[in-house]
Ligand binder design. Structure first.
Ligand code: UT7
Length: 336
């Protein structure tokens, strides 16, 4: 029993969502002219048909800025009301300052503080869990969680094993206190640093700072051992999604939507099968946007927002570099 007279504890409800993808499209056919690949292979092995590309000189903050402006308009709030902005990304505008700070400045969130959080494709799950704590404790009333990446800034467009997968985009959600039983209900997060060898950016950090050699060797681009990552991803994303259902006594019929990270359609299908969900309950937009890393989950929520109803049980799940993985159970708070 909470102390505010409500039978429910204070939870962090998602009260608005907005997202942004750039207009420029990079299709499978475009990639056929850049590396030795073909539309049929990419479609069959990943489910991707096209992805979006942010312009030169435009950073990840642009995605956060547009998303927060959309949220303020939808929710009818002033940016000055925002207490905290957490930005999940592996492609910050700069190594420092934090992209969250740049976003706060650009949207006029003068009363907010913020920080970036790096957990690759699980970044939005980590950031949502973190942001929810500040609401649950009563510390803040309005927390924005951004998940955004400009993956094209760290992709080698001569490496066919990675350039076909990733795209640019992302979005944000607003978290506010709720005492009616809606919002972030539970979260299960994992990390295993031993996975670094299979998916990483070799240079640019303190171990191997940028030099002419590292640039010439393309060590600032994503390195991925796809097959190895696939094996870990397919098992762990399905397991953690089943785990969060069991912990919360959710049967397949209780789950309205699976909101899965968009890395590979085969991983998404395996996760849905494990949860006993039919494909109508699975949000998928990988065909149009590819893998936007921390951006995939808010992008899905934004696209599906009109279909969501108060009380819908959502399971968000992801697997990514680190390795990092996890799942969050959200009870949706408002009608689309
Ligand atoms: O989001 C963060 C976590 N990341 C993931 O979850 C990604 C997990 N991994 C994957 O999604 C898949 O492993 C990939 C999509 C990256 C690759 O698919 P795959 O089915 O594992 O292919 P593969 O790497 O085993 O390659 C199979 C064949 C190879 O040829 P051989 O050796 O069989 O002759 C590759 O050289 O396909 C070849 N190949 C390609 N062919 C055409 C690899 N990339 C391409 C390509 N186009 N783009």
């Amino acid at each position: 029993m909470s102390t505010n007279g409500s039978p429910f504890r204070t939870t962090a409800a998602i009260t608005a969502v907005h997202a942004y993808v750039p207009e420029k499209v990079l299709s499978n056919h475009d990639l056929e002219g850049m590396v030795e690949t073909n539309d049929a292979w990419i479609t069959e092995r990943t489910g991707i048909k096209e992805r979006r590309i942010l312009g030169k000189g435009v950073g990840t903050s642009e995605i956060g800025v547009r998303s927060i402006r959309g949220i303020c308009e939808k929710r009818g709030i002033d940016p000055l009301e925002i207490d905290l902005v957490i930005c999940a990304t592996v492609t910050p505008d700069h190594v420092f300052p934090a992209t969250a700070n740049i976003i706060c400045d650009r949207v006029g969130a003068k009363n907010a503080w913020g920080f970036d959080l790096m957990a690759a494709c699980s970044g939005f799950l980590y950031a949502l869990t973190t942001g929810a704590q500040f609401i649950e404790t009563g510390r803040y009333k309005k927390v924005v969680v951004v998940g955004a990446d400009k993956m094209s800034s760290i992709i080698n467009y001569e490496d066919r094993s990675t350039c076909i997968i990733f795209g640019d985009g992302g979005g944000a959600v607003l978290l506010e206190p709720n005492t009616e039983g809606y919002g972030v209900m539970d979260s299960v997060l994992y990390a295993d640093g031993a996975g670094c060898q299979y998916l990483h950016q070799k240079s640019g950090g303190s171990v191997s700072p940028p030099t002419i050699r590292t640039v010439e060797a393309n060590e600032h681009a994503v390195f991925q051992e796809g097959k190895a990552v696939f094996k870990f991803a397919v098992t762990n994303m399905a397991d953690v999604s089943a785990e969060i259902m069991e912990r919360n006594h959710l049967r397949s019929e209780d789950v309205a939507w699976l909101v899965p990270h968009q890395a590979n359609l085969r991983i998404i299908d395996a996760t849905a099968r494990r949860m006993g969900l039919s494909e109508e309950k699975v949000m998928v937009n990988i065909d149009r946007f590819g893998n936007t890393t921390a951006g995939t989950l808010p992008l899905l929520l934004w696209e599906w927002e009109p279909k969501l109803k108060p009380g819908d049980n959502l399971v968000l799940s992801a697997f990514g570099g680190g390795f990092t993985w996890g799942a969050i159970y959200v009870k949706w708070a408002y009608g689309g």
